[in-house]
Write a protein that binds this ligand. Structure first.
Ligand code: 5U1
Length: 680
């Protein structure tokens, strides 16, 4: 039924105008200010209402309407567009000395030795785009192309929520061209690859390829389904209207006009401070929500930029310091199957050694059988190896091959455990194959002992992986409890174990007898019970006996514990073999004193609402959140009158301002770390 008679055109026109304004304003709050005021559901409701009005009166549909972000009918091809101001590339520096040379060249060319202010920002690994605004309305989006001519991708850029269709505020030049990078955040990349997999389609090799592929769709409705973002980093044409005389000032203005500006952008003085920034970002890189491939440094003053000018197709006033490549191509030599602590059988790729992300890689994880099928991998393939931060290298894809791959050897999965020969079981809900041998399987036993001795568990110094392998292979240790009866004579009989090291190891094993309940619970290796859950269980129940008595209902009262974890805890603590090991540990003199049970309400931060913002250099926000939750706090994304405390990391922005305005307690990262330490 149509409600056309109920909404007169003039009324619909006014309402549509208000809705467009509201939606653009909420978009701005969400992307530029990182401070949403309504929920996603409320946003969708406003959008649906506008769509409805535009369906009733199609003449109300305009290019800058937020409803146009869903994409439109496919184009036959992309038109070519000329860049009135060429889109330049950047010179590269590959080490600190090349950066110092860059600064020396600047001083020499300027004939001035006074310190230079640089703006530093991450170099996003995406696709450069140009956005043209006429009187604040987006009229054209284009790729960089060869720098002089690009492709018209207006319909595609319109679908990207962080690109304003209409600029906020005032004071923008009547003709304004904003340039920046369109990229796919890591979470979005994961999501679209999971979707591709579900549809039996080939996944993308990396977020950059996925962003490029998404932007070059002739059908913008496909682009609209990809969670792309865009960060602005410079201006192209800017005719009329006064602009600031610095790069950073201009970026601040772009933020006010509704663009997303990288939150880690900052100004520093002198090249040594630029080098410090690079080092700080190199540490943060693995924890960022998006891929970066380097740092860009720009001279902040436009007056100096003008004096420096350009060389070939790059400005003299900017340079990119690249991170070591995190991807490389090598050959898959073989696939072996490893059995982990919980019996999961993981295929491991053996590779021709290749230098990637600063280290030589010769192994990569393949996760599971599905992953191998997804990649369509064969032994002998040329593969792309990716290393991100400290994580285990992965195979991101296969290089297209000119030669016939039919002769390459297919990867055959074992049908029995490659270590103990027990049957393998494939769980219905997970793509994981598991050895059913339990602790009968020497591989599982070795991993269980290594876990028991690890730093966050009983922290047995000197009990390395190779020693555990030998102890199990020699039949000296069957269960973790056997560790406590080892003597110097037995240990010094092991390969490369001097008498002194054996004595030290016996001493560290003895010292590990005095442990704590959370450490013991973690050390037992109950599935899904990591360090945080172990702490929560210990704090809640206070003793192992109480935990052993707990049924599902009692376990579900523990924060962070759901039915799956509760099931694993019950299964572990009702298994006679595990109970016998716990008894043997007690008999061997291992002690884990009871602690005062706090119960759920008595956790130190119970009932409190916390917000984390900015960059937490020591642990990242995800880990900070986990630690706060372990202390009973609820951690939410936005500041309100209900917030108990805001943790403000580096470059904190609008949330910090809001917390100040609401008089909410604010602590910095060092105070936060001290609080966590005090509650250990
Ligand atoms: N972050 C950032 N990336 N990027 C790429 N800034 C930046 N600036 C660029 C390029 C090509 O060029 C300007 C120096 C014009």
């Amino acid at each position: 039924m149509s409600d056309k008679p109920n909404v007169a055109f003039s009324q619909a026109e006014t309402e549509a105008e208000t809705l467009r304004e509201q939606l653009n304003q909420h978009n701005y709050r969400y992307y530029s200010l990182d401070d949403p005021q309504i929920t996603d559901a409320e946003y969708d409701q406003l959008l649906r209402r506008l769509e409805h009005l535009e369906t009733l009166y199609p003449e109300l549909r305009r290019g800058d309407s937020p409803t146009q972000r869903v994409g439109s009918a496919p184009l036959p091809m992309f038109e070519s567009v000329e860049h009135k101001v060429p889109m330049l590339s950047l010179a590269n520096a590959f080490d600190d000395d090349e950066l110092r040379d860059f600064e020396r060249r600047l001083h020499a060319r300027l004939g001035d030795d006074r310190p230079i202010t640089f703006v530093c920002e991450p170099k996003l690994d995406g696709v450069a785009v140009s956005l043209l605004y006429h009187d604040g309305i987006l009229v054209q989006g284009a790729t960089r192309g060869d720098g002089f001519n690009g492709e018209n991708i207006t319909a595609n850029v319109r679908t990207i929520a962080s690109i304003p269709l209409k600029l906020q505020g005032q004071g923008y030049p009547p003709v304004l061209e904003v340039r920046g990078e369109v990229y796919l955040p890591r979470a979005g990349f994961k999501a679209i690859n999971a979707e591709a997999l579900a549809k039996n389609e080939k996944p993308f090799v990396n977020p950059r390829n996925a962003a490029a592929g998404s932007l070059r769709q002739l059908d913008s409705r496909i682009t609209a389904t990809r969670p792309l973002e865009m960060c602005a980093y410079s201006l192209g044409q800017a005719e009329g209207g006064g602009l600031p005389d610095t790069h950073l000032g201009t970026m601040r203005l772009l933020k006010e006009w509704g663009f997303l500006i990288n939150s880690l952008m900052t100004a520093v003085v002198g090249i040594e401070a630029c080098i410090d920034y690079y080092q700080r970002l190199a540490v943060l890189r693995a924890d960022l929500a998006y891929d970066i491939d380097g740092i860009v440094y720009k001279v902040d003053s436009f007056r100096l930029q003008e004096a420096l000018g350009f060389v070939a197709r790059a400005p003299r006033w900017a340079i990119a310091r690249k991170f070591p490549a995190e991807e490389a191509v090598t050959r898959l030599v073989d696939v072996e199957f490893q059995v982990g602590r919980t019996g999961a059988v993981t295929p491991v790729a053996r590779l021709e050694p290749v230098f990637v992300g600063g280290v030589t890689v010769s192994n990569a994880t393949l996760h599971n059988e599905d992953e191998i099928h997804r990649l369509g991998l064969k032994v002998g393939d040329q593969v792309v190896v990716r290393r991100a931060g400290d994580v285990i290298p992965q195979i991101a894809g296969i290089m297209p091959s000119d030669t016939d791959r039919d002769d390459l050897q297919a990867i055959v999965f074992p049908t029995r455990c490659p270590v103990c020969g027990s049957a393998l079981q494939r769980s219905a809900e997970q793509a994981v194959l598991r050895c059913t041998g339990g602790l009968v399987c020497p591989a599982q036993r070795k991993q269980a002992i290594k876990h028991f001795a690890s730093r966050k568990a009983l922290d047995i110094d000197g009990l390395g992986d190779k020693i555990v392998d030998q102890l199990v292979d020699a039949g000296l240790v069957h269960t973790v409890a056997d560790l406590f009866s080892l003597n110097v004579e037995q240990l010094s009989g092991l390969e490369r174990m001097a008498n002194k090291s054996a004595t030290n190891l016996v001493q560290s094993i003895a010292a590990a007898r005095q442990t704590t309940l959370p450490r013991l619970l973690y050390a037992l290796g109950i599935r899904e019970v990591g360090e945080t859950t172990a702490k929560l269980l210990a704090a809640h129940f206070g003793s192992l006996e109480k935990l052993e008595e707990a049924d599902e209902e009692a376990l579900l009262a523990v924060p962070d514990v759901g039915p799956v974890v509760a099931g694993f805890v019950i299964k572990f603590l009702t298994n006679p073999h595990h109970l016998a090991i716990i008894d043997s540990l007690r008999e061997a003199g291992v002690e884990w004193p009871d602690i005062e049970s706090r119960g759920p309400q008595l956790l130190p931060l119970a009932g409190e609402v916390w917000v984390l913002t900015g960059t937490l250099a020591a642990m990242g926000r995800a880990q900070g959140k986990e630690q706060l939750e372990a202390l009973g706090a609820k951690v939410v994304g936005s500041v309100s009158a209900k917030t108990t405390c805001l943790v403000a990391g580096e470059s904190a922005g609008s949330k910090l301002e809001k917390a100040r305005s609401l008089n909410i307690k604010i602590i910095d990262e060092s105070e936060f770390l001290a609080l966590l330490q005090a509650n250990q």
